[in-house]
Write a protein of this length. Structure first.
Length: 118
């Protein structure tokens, strides 16, 4: 099983960044895809969830109307489009896959750093 995030880096406040998560080794379409983030000294925070390709999504209040989560089941990819980025969005962002139905199986990527600075 592999979840490989990419797209992190330095972004200016107000800018945009697109994170991607390439997945392999599990039945991607049967999994809920989520993005978490963790800033230094803070707990890991759930940012966005996408249940299925036809679009059931959920966002943390802190990113609602700025971030968009998407998935492409054919390409086994999950993405997080980050717009109007704020300094408080700086964190390591993790891709997560969890089964829709029991038994619960969960996988994590290694994380990608997002730095927000002018």
């Amino acid at each position: 099983v592999q979840l490989v995030e990419s797209g992190g880096g330095l972004v200016q406040p107000g800018g945009s960044l697109r994170l991607s998560c390439a997945c392999s080794g599990f039945a991607f379409s049967n999994y809920v895809m989520r993005w978490f983030r963790q800033a230094p000294g803070k707990e890991r925070e759930l940012v966005a969830t996408i249940i299925s390709e036809d679009g059931i999504v959920h966002y943390a209040d802190s990113v609602k109307d700025r971030f968009t989560i998407s998935r492409d089941d054919a390409k086994r990819m999950a993405n997080l489009q980050m717009n109007s980025v704020k300094p408080e969005d700086a964190a390591v962002y993790y891709c997560n896959a969890i089964t829709r139905y029991p038994p619960a199986l969960e996988y994590w990527g290694q994380g990608t750093q997002v730095t927000v600075s002018s």
